[in-house]
Ligand binder design. Sequence first.
Ligand code: C2E
Ligand code: CA
Ligand code: CA
Length: 804
Amino acid sequence: MERVLNSILSQHNLGIVAIAAVICTLASFTTFLLVEQVRRESGYRRAIWLCVAAFVSGTGMWATHFIAMLAYRAAGPVAYQLQGTLLSILVAIVMTGLGWWVSLTGHRRSTVLAAIFIGAGLSAMHYIGMSAMIMPGRMRYSHDLVVASVAISMVFSFAALSVRKRRLASNSLILPWPATALFTLAICGTHFTGMGAATMVSGEPASGAAMTGAGLIVAVSLMALAVLTVGLMAVMAERKIQRKATEQERKLDTFADAAIEGLILTDGISLKKANRSFLDTAGYCDIAHCPTTISDLLPALSDERLPGMSDRGPTECELITSTGDSCPVEVLVRPFEDENETLSIVAVRDIRERKEAAAQIAHLAFHDVLTGLPNRAVFSEHLSEALQHASRRRVALLCLDLDGFKGVNDLYGHPVGDELLVETSRRLRNLIGEGCLVARLGGDEFAIVQVGAHQPEHAERTAETIIAALNEPFELQHQLVRIGCSVGIAVYPADAQTASDLIKNADLALYRAKSEGGRRVRFYERAMDEAMRERRAIEAELKLALGRDEFSIHYQPLANLATGQITGFEALLRWNHGTKGAISPDVFIPLAEACNYIETLGEWVLRRACAEAATWKPPLRLSVNLSPLQFVPGNLVELVGRVIDETGMDPGRLDLEVTEGLLIKDPDKAVTTLCELKKLGIQIAMDDFGTGYSSLSYFRLFPFDKVKIDQSFVHEMLTNPQARAIIRSVIGLGKGLEMSVVAEGVETEEQLEALRADGCNQVQGYLISRPGPIAHFEKVVIQSNKPEPARRTPPASVKKAARR
Ligand code: C2E
Ligand code: CA
Ligand code: CA
């Protein structure tokens, strides 16, 4: 160490040493910037920048060495051998070039190896340069200092490389000052230790072409400065360009990230870039976590398929997300020319929502919104297909209709009705096996298509299970609700050859099940067709019957039980069909209700009965039945008032009979109408009590004048204690509410006696008299002046309704 310091201080011109140090520092700084540039480049640009770095570091080192040599005060004139000097430059350039290259290979020991190459190059350059000196003597070297100089060159090079590497890892933009200082120490340390190792001894000076003179200092310094300046400027310019490019890229990235659509850049093999939206769609928080192989993300875009997609419009394909699920996307591919390769820019649109909406719309088109069951369209399609492919198998069609659904809707409201339908659908779905289709056709109508060889037994079993299941109470909005279900079955090919006939026949069977009281299953029979045709014919003829004068009124007396006296008559409509004879009101009244004809018919009965009763002597009471449908139009009070005026009937003698059904739907409106009728002086009777919902609350809603116990109770009163108990309680109720109680359908003396014992006021039934024309009751009542004969031409309102 002492020798080295001694050598520097006593044998060197310190001013020139300072110049060497400045050049060395500048060279080291430039070198590290250049090496950094090499690291950033690839391909041929990397090779060029590596050569520049090698040249700058090699010449910089050499210039430091050479100027420091010139600072050496030798014991005589010194010249430099040209070849040796050039060789030393060449060694410096090549060895440091190799070193920088190794340092960038990324190898585990790259820094150590690079330091060895650079250190070796530095030492070799120094000693070859020394040997190229032409002096009046010969150099003798101290071996330990030579070794030390080589060690210094390598250790400080290693330190410089390590520091730079570590600092770059944390911040790529940082300037290389610590590395520059260490590398400057490596160069200077090697040089001055090498100089300290050398002692001049007298001997023969070397011979050959030589360079001499003090001007060399200036020349070499200027040359070195020129090289370094050019290198520095080049790297600065490149950095500026790159910063601009980076800035540009950052702006583009921001721009791309602002796009709603996903954007990626790919060569068909790897993912080069992706914007925020794409990463969000694919489920990655940043690009570092995203797969780099395009086939792992968008299999449809990989390699050879990509170029073909460039001139196409949007294409649907699958995106594999971070969870491994596939997400439907739409891609638009366009070529993208980069500096040295052709890439594709791909716009990726997430179409999950669009697909879901489309699926939702498709679902709505084919499913019932309330219950989610397939709708009529799906049912028709499915049935036709089932018939087409039936070959030797049979197809059973089960048509279902809920019993009492309307009552639930009226009594509890539509939300409960809806819930009932949903729950019914759930039960049906659970009961129906694989391969069967259950559809909601509308309202409370359902249909099941069942294919199989074991028909109709299978269908019958299914129907019975369904009836049992729907008989179980439903708990809806904290209330227990009970309904029933009727099923009609028709089987292909036995019952029909086409889908529409099969539906029609299953409907006929359902109609039969309903008309027999519901809660049962009925199979289609040919006779049902006949019955239906008959029904249609009657419906058509019903509307013509008034004009044909086929209607008349029969009267059935009501008697006071205590006195046995007849107090009044109930008007009962009769239809004497031209060819079919008498048709029961139990048949044609429901038909008239179904085809909106009851209003016309009811008005006719009221007018005719009042006109007849107005003439009775003595003026006994008259009861007229009103259908709930006559309350619907809202003009009933006005109509009744008009009829009373026109016929001269005393409203105090008139009873209007209504059933419980009237009070179920819109009870407020019904009660208002009944009150207004009562104001006319008319009495109101509750007919057929006990057959409907039989709620005592009806009597709280409206003060009825009379209650008529349905004949089914009277028929059973002697055999069924429950029927008797009900009769007694209605009689008790009548007493409490000051209503007269009429027992209908009294046929035997025993029944009459029992009713008398129970305290009933009035009776009506075959025991007293069957209904008949008023002339049959001449002993009781006579028509003082015969009313006008029935008009051949019906009134205007009748004609209007008949046209409907
Ligand atoms: P309803 O109002 O309960 O009339 C009583 C029915 O019971 C009548 O049948 C009558 O003939 C029958 N009947 C009377 N006593 C006995 C008996 O001792 N034993 C038996 N087995 N039956 C008896 P009808 O005349 O066939 O009428 C049936 C139903 O048709 C009536 O029942 C009523 O609901 C309806 N109806 C009849 N005429 C009219 C009308 O002008 N307007 C409306 N809206 N409905 C009517
Ligand atoms: Ca009646
Ligand atoms: Ca009745």
